[in-house]
Design a protein around this ligand. Structure first.
Ligand code: NAI
Length: 329
């Protein structure tokens, strides 16, 4: 099929070209994000391929429909950026990549935790300055600590297993407990209990109206002093201003973010010449006990190849008989 591929980076092209070696599809790569304006770039394509920071609101969906687009192929697991009710109304099917490598994201969450706890980011900078002191670098053993996992689907389960491997006590909260996690030794508790008892809290649930600002002033008040929070899921799970206050008081001891509430305008792009315009994010970057990465949890070779192969397979299936593989909604 003819595919309009938005928001394309060199690494996307590399993996999609590899997955499309048989030339089954004709892909036109656009560097621009998908939005109302950029839909004008579509000529005779039938499929739009979009990423998490593309705009798929009702206005864009109506425009895509009018341009003859038959399928929206998301090259992501998350779909909270799509107006699903509208896509249904327009009979414009949306497919996604439900799983590509839960290990990629879970390992990144573990990486943030280890780096923060032992101050590896600070030690790296310090040694480059010729400072070999251990000042303020004391961490804590993860062994024996209580780790709270919110959302134990594919990624949360992989993260829980890593933490169990470190000798942590793992407690979890999920609206649907995972039997495999229970069998591995994960203890399901209420969210309140998890907040009040965990030394480390890692978020792995999707962004929904129920989980929006799951970590807010009230939740933070319930937590242990010096709690470590890791968010590799979605930025809007955390009320950033509330967490900045909690960092100032020491309520939050360590914070690892791979996602940020207002990341759409910033992440995946280079602002090193312009500087950060977002004052809230800029404030976050001033804390020595905060590490922010630019939504790179998914970014491993294995995950990228899986994303490309599954996206093209979703499109091939639709081309073959109109059926929807890995549909959303
Ligand atoms: P999944 O669908 O396998 O698991 C999500 C789990 O969250 C399910 O067990 C579900 O029951 C649970 N859940 C739903 N509502 C909940 C609630 N209100 N409270 C607690 N748990 C709830 O999804 P998967 O693959 O594990 O991904 C999890 C999240 O990770 C995605 O929603 C996405 O936001 C994020 N993600 C981040 C990436 C990154 O690069 N940083 C890449 C891929 C996904």
């Amino acid at each position: 099929m003819k595919i309009a591929f938005y928001n394309s980076k060199q690494y996307d092209q590399e993996f999609f070209e590899r997955a499309n070696q048989n030339g089954a599809h004709q892909i036109r790569y656009f560097s621009s994000h998908l939005n109302l304006e950029s839909t004008s770039q579509i000529s005779d394509e039938q499929v739009v391929c979009a990423f998490i920071n593309d705009n798929l609101d009702a206005a864009v969906l109506h425009s895509l429909k009018a341009k003859g687009i038959k399928l929206i192929a998301l090259r992501s697991a998350g779909f909270n950026h799509v107006d699903i009710a509208c896509s249904k109304q327009l009979a414009l099917p949306v497919v996604r990549v439900p799983a590509y490598s839960p290990y990629a994201v879970a390992e990144h969450a573990a990486g943030l935790l280890l780096c923060l706890n032992r101050g590896i980011h600070r030690a790296h900078n310090r040694i480059r300055e010729g400072d070999f002191s251990l000042r303020n670098l004391m961490g804590f053993d993860l062994h024996g600590k209580t780790v709270g996992v919110v959302g134990t689907g594919k990624i949360g389960q992989a993260f829980a297993n890593i933490m169990l491997g470190f000798g942590c006590k793992v407690m979890a909260y999920d609206v649907v407990p995972n039997e495999q996690c229970i069998a591995s030794g994960v203890n399901y508790v209420t969210l309140e209990h998890l907040f009040s008892q965990a030394d480390v809290i890692s978020l792995h649930c999707p962004l929904t109206p129920e989980t929006h600002h799951l970590i807010n002033h009230k939740a933070l008040e319930k937590m242990r002093d010096g709690v470590t929070i890791i968010n590799t899921s979605r930025g809007k799970l955390v009320d950033t201003k509330a967490i900045i206050n909690a960092l100032k008081t020491g309520k939050v001891g360590l914070l690892g973010l791979d996602v940020y509430e207002e990341e759409e305008a910033l992440f995946f792009e280079d602002f090193s010449e312009k500087g950060i315009q977002d004052d809230v994010l800029a404030r976050l970057t001033t804390f020595p006990n905060v590490i922010i990465t630019s939504h790179q949890g998914f970014f491993t070779q294995e995950a990228m190849l899986n994303i490309a192969q599954t996206t093209l397979s979703n499109i091939s299936q639709f081309e073959l008989d109109g059926s929807i593989q890995n549909g959303v909604g």
